[in-house]
Structure formats: C-alpha cells, structure tokens
Design a binder for this molecule. Structure first.
Ligand SMILES: C[S@@+](CC[C@H](N)C(=O)[O-])C[C@H]1O[C@@H](n2cnc3c(N)ncnc32)[C@H](O)[C@@H]1O
Length: 271
C-alpha cells in the first residue's frame, strides 16, 4: 500500500518478462507484484474482479476524476465503426465500451460483451436493461485466450483496460485477430507511463497512496488497487505494444496518447 512497495516503472527487459514466452518458459505469471502458476493466474484475476464488481464503475469514475469516460469515448471514435457492424468487446466487464460502440452501429449492428467474469457482466446487464441500446448488446462469458467464436466473425474487436490481466497477452491478441473478418479493426485501450517526469511523480504518489486508501475505504481492499497500479508499471510501452500487434499480424497500427500518456489507444487493421 505504501510508496515503499512501489515497484517503479519496469525497464524494457523486465517488461518482456510479463509476456507469453517468459510465462511459458518459467511456468509463472505475474499479477502485480505477486506471481502465480501459469494456470492459476486466471483464478486470481477472477477473484479480484469478483471483489470489485459492484463498485467497479463508481471506483473508475472516482479514481480517474471521470476522465476515463472521455478516454473511452475518444477510443471508440477512433475505431470509426460503420452502421451494421458486428463488434466484439473483449474483457468487456460492465460494458462501457460496448455501449459506446452500440450507439454508433445503428439498429442492425451488434456488440458482444465477452468477459470471463459473470459478476462484472451482471452489473453491466443491469445497467443497460432499460436502455434503448439493450437489444444490440449481447453478453457472453468466456476466456479471452480462447474466444468462443469462429474465425472471421466480427468487423471490429475492442479491448479496454483488460489485456493487462491475461496470462498470455499475445494469445489474447491472436484470438482477436482470428475472429476478425479481413478488413476488421482492432482497438486496444490501456494505461501507460506518463511522459512528463513531474506529472509521473505525482501520479506515482497518487497511485500507491491515495488509490489503495480509497480502495480500502470503499471496496474493503487496498490490495486490489495497489495491484492495479503495479500491473500498469509492468505493461509494454506504446511502441512495444505496436510491435506485438504487428507481430500478431495487425497492420496500419496507430496509437494516441491521452492525458500525458496515462491512457493510450492503439488501433490496427487485419488486412
Ligand atoms: C479492468 S476491467 C475492464 C472492463 C471494461 N473493458 C472497461 O473498460 O471498463 C478488466 C476485465 O477483464 C476481464 N478479464 C480478465 N481476464 C480475462 C480473461 N482471461 N478473459 C476474459 N475476460 C477477462 C475481467 O473479468 C474484467 O471484467
């Protein structure tokens, strides 16, 4: 919880140790500072989101001062969806990106929110029950590393603040690539490293002191929110993520930094 536990921003070598090859070689996967057996991390992640599900949306808005909604709106705008598109929201959670996509694809379009955690999706389903967009949004429980749709099923695939949680991040992108139609677009919205050193220092203090404190007071778990900050500091930087996407087969990759790079959105194309 305290600053002395701050793992600092990982360097390039340590960041590669979060990736599939290292996990497969060592049989260990990190979730924040803790490590788990390769097949066990998914259970730890599920427990984490079970714990925070009912307060997830509120905490996101509180901790980001509401800015995360603006990031999500901008990200979905950059995806440039068309009317009638079929969209997959991987690690969709409570469905924020799904709702934004649904409002852009018209009545003939469909969005599938795909998440391993039932508690998160239950919160989302209740949220949109009365919404006019409800009949365009579908909820499917499943693992992002084994997406339960055939290849060439979707015009677009999105993942917002979720890919960091997978045991095998590259496998998640490969699966998104597989289920996209040729010409389909990928959107990845993730946290990253603030570029300005002073801003970064303030962000670090906030992340490892205020966020866990609020986590303890509101959700009853400081650890859950310290873990969130740790995973962010281990995640590939934007250029590294672009290279991973390129190696997965995506092309025309662009990324946009938001709020001094606290959040970055990558967009790519499956040709
Ligand atoms: C931080 S939340 C993001 C939710 C939503 N996309 C948003 O932007 O608010 C991460 C989500 O990833 C889901 N998740 C984690 N591991 C997963 C996996 N292996 N397969 C599918 N979903 C997973 C969690 O259950 C959680 O709902």
């Amino acid at each position: 919880m305290a600053l002395w536990k701050n793992p600092r921003w990982y360097d390039a070598i340590k960041r590669t140790k979060q990736l599939d090859d290292h996990v497969q070689r060592t049989g260990r996967a990190a979730f924040g500072l803790k490590t788990y057996g390769e097949t066990e991390k998914v259970d730890a992640v599920t427990c984490h989101f079970n714990r925070v599900a009912t307060k997830y949306d509120f905490m996101n808005s509180l901790l980001s001062f509401g800015i995360q909604q603006a990031w999500k709106r901008k990200a979905v705008r950059l995806l440039a969806l068309n009317r009638g598109d079929k969209v997959l929201d991987v690690c969709g959670g409570t469905g924020d990106l799904a709702r934004l996509a649904a409002s852009r694809i018209g009545p003939k379009g469909q969005v599938v929110t795909y998440d391993i955690n039932r508690a998160m999706m239950e919160v989302g389903r209740r949220k949109f029950f009365e919404s006019s967009l409800n009949d365009r949004i579908f909820w499917v429980q499943g693992d992002a590393e084994r997406i339960s749709f055939p290849e060439h099923s979707f015009n677009a695939a999105m993942v917002g603040f979720g890919i960091r949680n997978l045991t095998h991040l590259k496998k998640g992108f490969q699966e998104m690539h597989r289920v996209l139609k040729p010409g389909g677009k990928l959107l990845c919205l993730e946290f990253s490293k603030p570029t300005h050193p002073v801003f970064r220092m303030v962000y670090d203090i906030y992340s490892f002191n205020i966020m866990p404190l609020l986590g303890q007071l509101i959700v009853g778990s400081a650890e859950s929110y310290a873990c969130l900050s740790e995973t962010i500091r281990m995640f590939p930087l934007p250029e590294e993520l672009s290279a991973i996407l390129r190696n997965t087969g995506f092309q025309k990759i662009n990324y946009h930094r938001m709020t001094n790079s606290i959040a970055v959105v990558h967009v790519g194309l499956k040709e």
